[in-house]
Design a protein around this ligand. Structure first.
Ligand code: S3P
Length: 444
């Protein structure tokens, strides 16, 4: 690997050794955001450990500090953050001095809307060039039904000012899309509303909020496509241990699947069923991958994912209702599909258009550079695999500032047959700053 500081491109040459051995990946990003935000909302001092140290989670930490929580999270020897967060509890958040910059983090911005809606504050939320293009009305619409206001009214994108109200109404809301960020924003606002707030979704999105809120003492229900909270309630401080991030593990697991001779164990990783759809997808492609539960952190199961290189992968069809369980893994799964025999179809993957960048377009473009046919039909992503795929000489990709694309295209070079260049690889800092170090350690 080499990095050209002047142009911002990184060169990824094929690995000279297979990936072997055991590794633990950094803390789960979704659970880390929730641990920080819920602890900030709570009465008392919560103890957090295993928290992901990445740009996105730092956006949440900065935000809760600006809103009056005390967060003393220190870097640990394993690179995670741990320490105490003392929340604002019944006092509510304080009016910050200026706008809150959520950086690249959609989770920070969207969850904060739900955090702030039940309080008499006016808080402007903004973000980087990518975040200010992402849709927000999906969050503001249900919160307005509950009685919150947003300025400018009806605006789709940040900057948006949350104008909270202490008299929110509980609602029953049918979400138009499966989105854990939307679900969480509504449930968090619902904690302070009188009565039961219910959120129904078209297919199951990740359920970390429903699993964590009861740990903070909130009366919560969780079902297959529905969740509820009963308020008014107050979060009480607790202890949260954050397991490893399956979305980061997916890059190691997919790399080992593609690189001949590899055999890897990822330990201490969340095995929450809503998050390991990528393991199920790889299994259906014929990959040699398995999971073993070894424990639970709170209500979150964790364990080991074992994987070996697989030569004869075949395409598969991922049904629409499973997309939410692989929503962050589709780019790297599409790269694996490019090596498989036959066609892989990801049904109804339109949500990928509104992630950190338009990931559907980026996947089609990037695979095209590898000489692989991939296209979008309606909202379906189709990849025509090429067993024995050889990397063309001199291929160059742009991460477009999207961390998951940066790692996907890095793997195209590391697990391919010729070096590739990735522009803006630095976006990896958003979720998995240690990605290259982990790959290098396993390839030693
Ligand atoms: C997240 C939910 C997902 C995911 C994002 C993190 C969360 O988005 O893509 O990276 O922590 O709730 P959705 O809101 O589309 O489910």
């Amino acid at each position: 690997m080499s990095h050209d500081q002047t142009s911002g491109t990184t060169l990824f040459a094929p690995l000279t050794a297979p990936l072997t051995g055991a590794i633990s990946v950094p803390g789960d990003k979704s659970i880390s955001h929730r641990a920080v935000l819920f602890a900030a909302m709570a009465e008392g001092t919560s103890r957090l450990s295993g928290v992901l140290d990445s740009q996105d989670v730092r956006s949440s930490i900065r935000a809760v500090r600006a809103l009056g929580a005390e967060a003393s999270l220190e870097e640990q020897s394993d690179g995670s953050l741990a320490g105490a967060v003392t929340g604002w509890g019944g006092r509510g958040p304080s009016q910050p001095d200026g706008p809150i910059d959520c950086g690249n983090s959609g989770t920070t911005a969207r969850l904060l809307m739900g955090v702030l809606a039940p309080w008499d504050v006016r808080v402007e939320l903004t973000g980087d060039d990518s975040l200010v293009r992402r849709p927000m009305r999906r969050i503001t619409a249900p919160l307005m039904k509950m009685g919150a206001r947003f300025e400018p009214e009806g605006r789709e994108t940040l900057p948006i000012t949350v104008c909270g109200s202490r008299r929110l109404r509980a609602i029953a809301y049918d979400a138009p899309m499966a989105s854990a960020q939307l679900k969480t924003a509504v449930l968090l606002a619902g904690v302070y509303a009188e009565g039961t707030t219910v959120l129904r979704e078209p297919s199951p999105s990740r359920n970390h909020t429903e699993l964590m809120l009861p740990e903070f003492g909130v009366d919560t229900t969780a079902a297959d496509r529905a969740a509820s909270v009963t308020g008014p309630s107050l979060l009480k401080a607790c202890e949260v241990r954050v397991p490893g991030d399956p979305s980061s593990a997916a890059f190691i697991v997919c790399a080992a699947t593609m690189r001949s001779g590899s055999s890897v164990r990822v330990e201490g990783v969340s095995l929450n069923p809503a998050r390991i759809g990528f393991v199920r997808t790889l299994e259906r492609m014929g990959a040699d991958v398995s999971v073993r539960r070894t424990g639970a952190a709170g209500k979150e199961p964790y364990g080991v994912i074992s994987v070996r290189h697989t030569q004869n992968l075949h395409g598969c069809e991922v049904p629409a209702e499973k997309i939410a369980s692989i929503v962050d893994e589709v780019p790297v799964l599409a790269l694996v599909a490019a090596h498989a025999r036959g066609v892989t179809v990801f049904r109804e993957a339109g949500e990928l258009r509104v992630k950190e960048t338009d990931r559907l377009a980026a996947i089609v473009e990037g695979l095209g550079r590898l000489g692989v046919d991939a296209w979008v039909e309606g909202n379906d992503l189709v990849v025509e695999g090429q067993p024995g795929l050889r990397t063309p000489e001199g291929v160059s990709f742009d991460s477009k500032g999207d961390h998951r694309l940066a790692m996907t295209w890095a793997l195209a070079g590391l697990c391919g047959t010729s070096p590739v260049e990735v522009e803006n690889f630095a976006s990896v800092e958003v979720s998995y700053p240690r990605f290259l170090l982990d790959i290098e350690r396993l390839a030693r």
